[in-house]
Design a protein around this ligand. Sequence first.
Ligand code: 16G
Ligand code: ZN
Length: 533
Amino acid sequence: QLPIESIRSLSDTHPKPPHIRFQYGTAGFRTLGSTLDSVLFRVGVIAGLRSKKFDGQTIGVMVTASHNPEQDNGVKIVDPRGEMLEAAWEAHATTLSNAPTTNDFLEALDALVRTTKIDLSKPARVVYARDTRPSGVALVSALEDGLSAIGAEGRNAGVTTTPVLHYLVKAINTKDTPESYGEDSEDGYFQKLGSAFQSLVSGRQPLEPLLVDCANGVGALAALSLSGCLGGSLPLILENTAIQSPGALNNACGADYVKTMQRLPPSLADRLKPGQRACSLDGDADRLIYYYLDERGIFRLLDGDKIAALVAAFIVDLVKSAGLENEVKVGVVQTAYANGASTKYLSGRLPVKCVATGVKHLHHAAEHFNVGVYFEANGHGTVLFSPATQAKLAAHQPSTPAQSTALNHLMNLTRLINQTVGDALSDMLLVEAVLAHRSYTGVEWDSLYVDLPNRLVKVVVQDRNAFRTENAERRLVSPPALQAKIDELVRRYDGGRSFVRPSGTEDVVRVYAEAVVRSQADELAFRVAGLVY
Ligand code: 16G
Ligand code: ZN
């Protein structure tokens, strides 16, 4: 039986605001922080039920709105293996969050318990965390009310990054098993990353200091803890660490700013010396974008596509050096936003798959490779080593010292890389390890291929749901005839490519265009936008 009375009395203190429709989208619930109280309460109850469904395994809840402005907030649920919530439950979460009254909520809960056959006598455990947003404090206490309403045992992981929370979920659920993922604490995680990194770079030329733009968010705290676990192997210069300054979060800084504006955060202007590497995290430290200034002081972007190219080529080489090239196949997953030049570079070397936008699509596609490298152009991504591949690495008998070294590096990569979800800080160490091995500066990394100029514009339309896509969002099926007009335009541009898709996080339609020449990419984007409008 559901604890109806305890849910009822607590739910009444977290009423759903009328006239707002919530949706569990690509990145969970996300909107103005001040409207989310009832959602957090209900997510607490849902997470408790989800845990019961998994026989008391721990479920995660992360309170964050990532790169969004400071006044926004959001929440997402993490499944027992540290992965994003299963799609069917996204729909349940949406339904439950929109029940107008406590009675409706109770009825919907009852229906959920029956249709998904939840055994209510099972225990429930939930670990939760938040980013540095001021609205997070009250939202966490609404979440805690939800947990106590359903009788779930809560563990507060405090203020930390999204990927740390994902890690914790997996570490807690594998604790004391042969698959143990590591110590279930933030410190345990950073120690694990730090020791894997130090093994990977030992004996190499020491790395030049790296400038890290922390977006004035939780990444500042995490990067500080991490740097304490690197044993001086990588000096970090932390910038934009003002987590207490109202309005500073993600404001004119951070990975999303750098990628969309294609420019340096103004706060770094006097900080970055030509040739020096820098990177930006986003507000919950799951996105990473690199950049540098060339010798003329011109800003050069090294985005998720460049990270994928750098990392995939490195892993392919290690696999070959370890004598495993016939047994371990490396593949790459991208989205339509991947720069055409990156797709060309990669597909000449290994299998490349294109999927719809959103981490869960990339993650699932990457699971089909022995080693799946996935990065969105915006800097979200990681590398997955399949369980069979990890077993193969562990069992492989190298026949030369060179094979043994390469094998060791691969094993350290499996420890360095967060297998649950992309982590800006783990990805940063991965990039730095590869640069150290290749003796690359930003310039050499950048020259793997030359980005095609591109432009992203958003268009406010009457109804973005009228825009439906196929072929991994690369073509529109509706509105009718629009795709034919886009094709007709694209044909007129040298190296032209353009596509239109509805945003999953904002009430807009996005238009992407690229071409061989900057002015042509801009023109194509604006002309396609004109067709959409
Ligand atoms: C969300 C997704 C991100 C995607 C972005 C696209 C997750 C955790 N995050 O932030 O991967 O790139 O949405 O936004 O899946 P859009 O649909 O508004 O273009
Ligand atoms: Zn993020």
